[in-house]
Structure formats: C-alpha cells, structure tokens
Design a protein around this ligand. Structure first.
Ligand code: ADP
Ligand code: GLC
Length: 471
C-alpha cells in the first residue's frame, strides 16, 4: 500500500511533542513491513532543513480564498529517515522557525493543507491511504470528498489519528471561504456549534478515526472539550491503537545522546553512572532517589501541581530525595518552578526550555518519572522511562492507564494514583521512596520494565490491518 502521512510535526525535522515522535517513526516501520509510506509536512526553518540535501519535487500555485499563493514541494534526497520525506514551502506562511504559536496558525495550516491537496491532485495516480494527524490536517478528509477541484481523490480512504482532542483548530465561519470551492450542502460536515471546527470535520468525514490509546477513546465520549456527542455518534468508526516507541532512537545500549550505555543486565550500574553525571551537572545528590518531570508545563500535564507536591515532599521527607524538572509552557508555572531553586538548591533543579539531549540523559539517569497528567491520550514519556529502567509514577488516565500496572497489583512495576492533586502525587512519591530502599526489588522491577515491548514493530500491524479493511 502507498500511505501518505500529513502532519504538522515529524521528528527529527520538527518536534513539539509526542506527535513528532509518532510521525517520525510509524512510517519507517510501515516501510519495513513492505509498504510505501511517506510523510509531507510544512517546511519550517529548522536545523534539519539546513543540514540535509533536498530535491525540488514540484512547484505549484493555488488560492486560499482570494489569496493567490505559490508553493514548492521539496524531497529529502537520501531517505535518511527510512521513508520519503516531503516539505511544503509557502512564503510568508510556513517559512518560520517554530511549529506553532503564531497569530495566523489557522491560515498557515489551512494553506498547507490546500497545497498538499493541490499537489496530490497533480499526481498521475492516487495513494491507497491518506493518513491525517490532529486538527492541523483534519480538513483534508472534507476537501477530498467535497471540494469540486479534488474529485479525483474522493474515493481514496482517509484516516484521522487524534493525538490530542483538546486542540481543535476552531475558527469563525468567515474562514469558510478559504477552503477551495466546496459543495455548500455539506456545510454541516465542517460545522460544530456554529463554528468551523477542523477536528470535528475530520471526525465526520474520515473513513476511520483512531485515537492513540483505547482508554483515551473511552474518555473522549465523556470529556473532549465539547465534542462528546460527536464521539458518541461516531463511535462505530473510531478505534484506539496504542502508540509504539522507536526502539532504535530510544535504546539505552546505543543512545548517542547518553554517555554510559547499559542493558537490562547491567541496569543498576548503568543507571548509577548516568545518575552520577546528571546529578553532578545540576548540583544534586546522587545517593538520594531522583524524581524527574519532562514535558510541556501545561494544565493537561498537571504541571501546576508540581511546586506544591515537591515542596511538601521536601518538607515531609527532608534530605531523603531530589527533584529535576525539564519543561516549558505556562509562564506562571515556569516562574514558580524556576523560583523554587533559590530555596531548595542541592535537592531541586529546574531547566526551563526544550532540550532533546538532556531529556535522554534524564530518562537514563533518573530513578522515578512523575506524570500526574489530567489528560494523557497516550503519553510516550512513561514508555521511554520504562525502556531506560526508570519507574513511572502516573495518574490513572488515558494511555498511562493502558501502559502502567501498579506495583501493588499482580505483575505490577509502576506506581499509579487517581487524582491530579499534590496530595496524590505526594503519596506516590512516598511509596517510591520506600521502594528505593529495597534495592533488590527495585532492580528486578527495572529489569521487568526494560523487558516490556512497546516497539512499533509490535504495533504496526494494527494500522496496516485497519488500512486493508478500508481498501
Ligand atoms: P505530548 O505530546 O503531549 O507533549 P508525549 O508524552 O506524547 O506528550 O511526548 C512528549 C515528547 O516530547 C517526548 O519525546 C518528551 O521526551 C519530549 N519533551 C517534552 N518536553 C520536552 C522538553 N522540555 N525537552 C525535551 N524533550 C521534551
Ligand atoms: C499528544 C498527546 C500524547 C501522545 C502524543 C503522541 O501530544 O498529548 O499523550 O502521546 O500526542 O500520540
């Protein structure tokens, strides 16, 4: 099958979170399984663009409403990522450094989708599957079916994967004219609560909708930022497929970002060496358990409860533990986390920013990873942590619930709690401190976690079978 993934992110070209990791890996494993998967994404001005070689694949022109624009599609020359990678350049809209966060993001992603449609419309053939990811590309299924210009693609099956339903790309109906001439009777396929809602449109128009874990899909029918009724109505075409992880990028025995390599066999020694280096770098104490958080400092991740939970832990269990935070997001949370360093030097450190290298070193050197998320569609951090023998402390929600079994339950290896509150997280931390003293048990759980197979090799067939059913 020929599968084209359309996405706003793809690691290592441009990544803001887990969406990038998934789109950077899934196509590679689909190609290895004997299919022809490719990725098309915007041509942001990132390091990867300047460090690699490109061919011009296509030059075109089209309209977004009354706005004429030209676009260029470039293709990475050597298939370095294990699949064909195409970037779309649109001057004035996509030629920016960051993926998101601009006032005209709606126009940027709309123009990107229109350019991709226009490009595919010029192909001599049609792909077997058009696979869209999140709201930035969720208008494609509508355009394939109801824009007169793209009739050629109307019989091609489209799939929408929802990585995060909190963000829906909602815009006013004044933008409806930006979409190339479409069948006005199909107004309802774009509308949700009197707004033009790309994510809702994708759910209505795609042949199949997937979410990145089964538990998240179940939750969406009760909490989905206004789309609850739509998920209930469309449940027949929705399915949950748990994300995999790229075991080649995330492998403590070969990881090029970390200094001391290890396997499950020598996990205690390997983690000790990495922890020593990490603690030395941030003035922390390598003899105490090290609790970490890596991620976006936003409400969904419950980053706002971290300061209280950490301060209570340091007050209740003085001199017994260390914390290290890596993240960026809400400025108020950033300021609180950064400010705490003054009072808690030598037991607490926060790095505000995005740092891929440091994140790998933290997974390798930490003892416990905290994920108190209010919403977690899948979560990759806990899977990376486990692969590096780091025990996750997670709230029982979404993908966290599907991947972590509490150590108190049969076969368990992690710590789960129910509420995204400082109190629940504190309780989880105290259970972890208890485990840290039981070195034998800790080592056996580390080995157990490292043996769990969350690789894409193990899950790629679920996508392929779903595509086949659509042919
Ligand atoms: P989400 O996509 O909701 O942010 P995931 O758990 O799916 O959450 O994926 C997060 C990804 O982003 C992981 O690869 C994680 O290591 C990475 N990440 C998040 N914040 C940072 C940061 N500040 N620095 C480096 N990597 C980060
Ligand atoms: C989203 C979700 C995260 C998921 C990732 C990849 O960003 O917040 O839980 O792991 O997408 O699917």
């Amino acid at each position: 099958m020929e599968i084209i993934h359309i996405s706003a992110e793809c690691y290592p070209v441009a990544k803001a979170g887990g969406l990038g990791d998934v789109v950077g890996a899934l196509p590679k494993y689909q190609c290895r399984a004997g299919h022809f998967a490719k990725v098309v994404m915007p041509m942001y001005r990132t390091k990867f663009l300047y460090e690699n070689e490109w061919d011009i694949d296509f030059k075109g022109q089209t309209y977004m409403g009354g706005r004429y624009f030209e676009y260029t599609i470039i293709k990475e020359k050597h298939n370095k990522l294990g699949f064909e990678l195409y970037l779309v350049d649109i001057n004035g809209l996509l030629d920016r450094e960051k993926v998101y966060g601009y006032d005209d993001d709606n126009e940027r992603f709309l123009s990107f989708q229109i350019a991709v449609m226009n490009w595919m419309n010029h192909w001599e053939h049609t792909p077997d599957i058009v696979h869209c990811h999140d709201h930035h590309t969720a208008l494609i299924p509508f355009m394939m079916q109801f824009c007169y210009e793209y009739k050629k693609l109307s019989n091609t099956p489209s799939v929408l994967t929802i990585h995060n339903a909190q963000y829906q790309g909602v815009m006013g109906w004044d933008r409806g004219r930006y979409i190339p001439a479409w069948d006005g009777w199909k107004y309802g396929m774009l509308d949700w609560n009197k707004d033009l809602n790309p994510l809702a449109s994708g759910i209505k128009c795609a042949a199949k909708v997937t979410t990145v874990s089964q538990s998240y899909l179940n939750e969406l029918r009760y909490h989905s930022n206004g789309l609850e009724k739509l998920f209930e109505y469309e449940k027949g075409k929705c399915m949950g497929i748990l994300n995999g992880i790229d075991n080649e990028v995330w492998d403590p025995s070969t990881d090029t970002y970390i200094e001391h390599h290890y396997t499950a066999e020598d996990v205690t020694k390997g983690k000790k060496e990495n922890k020593k280096a990490l603690c030395a770098k941030f003035g922390l104490d390598e003899t105490k358990p090290l609790f970490v958080f890596i991620g976006r400092l936003v409400g969904e991740k419950a980053a706002d409860i971290l300061p209280d939970a950490i301060m209570s832990a340091l007050y209740n269990m003085p001199r017994q533990l260390n914390f290290l935070i890596l993240g960026s997001g809400d400025p108020a949370v950033e300021r609180r986390l950064e400010g705490m360093m003054i009072n808690y030097a030598s037991v607490y450190h926060a790095v505000i920013g995005y740092d891929e290298t440091l994140s790998h070193n933290i997974y390798a050197g930490a003892d416990f990873l905290m994920m108190p998320s209010r919403v977690e569609p899948c979560g990759l951090n806990q899977m990376y942590a486990m692969r590096y023998g780091t025990m996750p402390l997670v709230r029982s929600t979404g993908g966290l619930q599907d991947t972590v079994v509490d150590m108190g339950d049969p076969g368990g290896f992690g710590i789960r709690f129910n509420h995204a509150t400082a109190g629940d997280l504190l309780h989880a931390i105290s259970r972890a401190v208890g485990l840290f003293d039981d070195k034998k048990k800790l080592e056996s759980m580390r080995k157990q976690m490292m043996g769990i197979d969350h690789s894409w090799e193990a899950t790629v067939d679920q996508y392929l079978n779903m595509y086949k059913a659509l042919q």
